[in-house]
Ligand binder design. Structure first.
Ligand code: F6R
Length: 607
């Protein structure tokens, strides 16, 4: 995730753009930059790392000009270097971009063939060149943007600045947020209301496909068909203390809905779709020497690790141990040479996990960390740092960080399998193709939000709820139960479906909703047999499956939730969505504090 600010002002803008970036720093902070127009020329300052580095640049070489754009970056394409930092300039156009241009490769090839020179490794720079080319051919900025936008695939929020038209900025959005702000004789663009809070409280959220020409005394918004439209101007009420929820009621809801984008964003760092290869960030040890993986994490991150155990063993045939961090050090685990210890954490600060990491290091393990906060303690202590690009997760219940963890872990398992010589090129290509399908399948799963909200009334009155699954859907059952417990305060348990008959089935009566996760596939029939055993004892079943599975086993369930039919590899990413949404809607129905449930904290820094 990146943050964008733009000002078409009456007076110098650099300091105010910088202040806007500070408010967006939660969105990314591995490089930042500002570009203004002064005397008909672009002036730009960029810096790697935190905003204070950019502040230093601005002190040494101040920026002037009353129109400008600014960006704080969470790197996706290209390392967080100054060259890759935004704004990018191509001839008469400067641009800042949040999101991913999925078809940047063919566009870049086309532009290279046209003789254009690239100065960064980013996907964003192609957009600057496309618009620049139109302007150099004689188009106005508005016509150039209108011509180029339909050529872009993927998710983006973009702000364009034009050297020869210093009275305007153009913003566009598709799949990434962008707001326009209305001031007194000047106007603004920003990733969210928070960025614009000190400048104006009057904002409008652009809708999917919208683009806007922002001038000092007017803002004209167009829809994706290039028709002028008006969007409601609202009082943002944003203060510097809050990160904006946009049009969502809760951060958790927003974060659930962000998942297709952030999973796609995360995958960009771990797969090379055009080559059909998985990839890892640089590290200096030989993965092929790994003879055991020890996974350690807490809570939801632990369940991501449980899913990964299936993948590491299935693909790489490497034995895996897994522990909750609070137990790990105290059972005196045997950690032998050649072991990779893998720590998974959203915050990177969870005290139990951090302590376990340090213990594993003392025991001579190579340390891999899957983490969402790239500046966290765990990130700093990793030999192999595997960032998730979920962006800041504000809701206490982890959602998007979890599915991004799954995406990284699947890619890591495939990398390990390749390094161990246990996966053919063809198998690797298939894995990459299936991973690439995940964001769209998650989008389809999100399309069932309304049905799931309807089913919440079946669960909200319950005192106890069971979740059942087999194989990788067993940890997903555990995760579903955890989500429900923590935000709705209903007692819930996840079980391996086949384990019910060894005791837990005694709990079943007609007051206990039983949520069964059963994608059609190798384990479907066995899971359904276990489900029938529950139903025979009066259990009220909510079956989550695909159309095929529901056709076979949906009869007699109190409710069914249809998922797209997907490859088993990505089923955990897709089935995360309905269990999150169900927990969310039950909590809303019960009126609990969804984003800040009682007794919990986002970052658990005590053991
Ligand atoms: C559940 C949840 C917690 C965290 C756990 C670990 O929704 O958020 O269970 O997963 O506290 O936190 P991290 O991942 O930051 O180490």
């Amino acid at each position: 995730m990146c943050g964008i600010v733009g000002i078409v002002g009456r007076e110098a803008v650099a300091q105010r753009l910088f202040d806007g970036l500070k408010r967006l720093e939660y969105r990314g902070y591995d490089s930042a930059g500002i570009c203004t127009v002064q005397n008909g020329e672009f002036e730009r300052r960029r810096a790697e790392g935190k905003l204070e580095n950019l502040a230093r640049e601005l002190t040494v070489e101040p920026l002037y000009g009353d129109v400008g754009i600014a960006h704080t970056r969470w790197a996706t394409h290209g390392a967080p270097t100054v060259d890759n930092a935004h704004p990018h300039i191509a001839g008469p156009v400067a641009l800042v971009h949040n999101g991913i241009i999925e078809n940047f490769k063919p566009l870049r090839d086309e532009l290279l063939a046209d003789g254009r020179k690239f100065l960064s490794e980013t996907d964003s720079e192609v957009v600057a060149h496309l618009v620049a080319r139109e302007i150099e051919r004689g188009a106005s900025p508005t016509d150039a943007v209108a011509t180029v936008l339909p050529r872009l695939h993927g998710a983006f929020a973009i702000a364009f600045l034009f050297k020869d038209y210093p009275d305007q900025i153009i913003g566009a959005r598709m799949g990434a947020p962008l707001t326009v702000g209305y001031g007194q004789g000047e106007n603004y663009l920003g990733s969210d209301a928070l960025a614009l809070a000190p400048l104006t409280q009057k904002i409008a959220y652009l809708e999917e496909g919208d683009w806007a020409v922002v001038e000092r005394d007017r803002i004209q918004i167009y829809d994706r068909a290039n028709q002028p439209v008006t969007r409601v101007i609202v009082e943002s009420g944003a203060s510097s203390a809050r990160i904006e929820k946009g049009n969502y009621r809760h951060y958790m809801q927003k974060e659930i809905f962000e998942q297709p984008i952030v999973v796609a964003q995360t995958l960009q760092s771990y797969v090379r779709p055009f080559e059909g290869k998985v990839a890892l960030p640089d590290f200096d040890f030989d993965l092929s020497t790994v003879n055991r993986v020890t996974i350690v994490a807490c809570g939801t991150s632990f369940y991501a690790g449980m899913v990964a155990k299936y993948w590491f063993e299935q693909f790489a045939r490497v034995p895996v141990d897994i522990d909750v961090a609070s137990e790990f050090r105290y059972r005196q685990p045997v950690l032998e040479p050649g072991g990779l210890a893998l720590f998974i954490s959203q915050s990177g600060e969870t005290a139990d996990t951090l302590a376990a990491l340090r213990h594993a290091r003392e025991e001579g393990q190579v340390i891999a960390v899957v983490v969402n906060v790239p500046t966290s303690s765990m990130a700093r202590e990793a030999d192999l740092l595997l960032p998730t690009h979920a962006g800041p997760e504000i809701g206490v219940a982890s959602t998007k960080a979890f599915t991004c963890q799954l995406a990284v872990l699947a890619a890591l398992a495939a990398n390990l399998a390749r390094a161990k010589g246990r996966m053919s090129e063809e198998e690797e290509r298939e894995i990459v193709a299936h991973l690439q399908e995940a964001p769209e399948a998650m989008n389809l799963a999100l399309g069932h939000d309304d049905d799931i909200a309807q089913h919440a009334h079946l669960v909200a009155p319950a005192r106890d709820v069971l979740y059942l699954g087999r194989g990788p859907d067993y940890p997903m059952a555990l995760e579903g139960a955890l989500k429900l417990k923590e935000i709705s305060y209903i007692h819930a348990e996840g079980y391996a479906a086949g384990e019910m008959k060894h005791g837990p089935i005694a709990l079943i009566d007609d007051l206990v909703p039983v949520i069964v996760l059963a994608p059609s596939g190798p384990l479907f029939e066995k899971t359904v047999s276990n489900m029938q055993e529950v139903r025979a004892r009066g259990g009220k079943i909510i079956l989550i499956s695909d159309a095929k599975g529901l056709a076979e086993a949906g009869d007699g369930c109190v409710a069914t939730i249809e998922m797209p039919e997907v490859h088993p590899l990505i089923a955990p990413l897709v089935y995360a969505v309905p269990v999150q949404l169900l927990a969310y809607h039950v909590a809303v129905a019960k009126g609990t504090d969804v984003d800040q449930p009682r007794n919990l904290a986002k970052s658990v820094t005590v053991e």
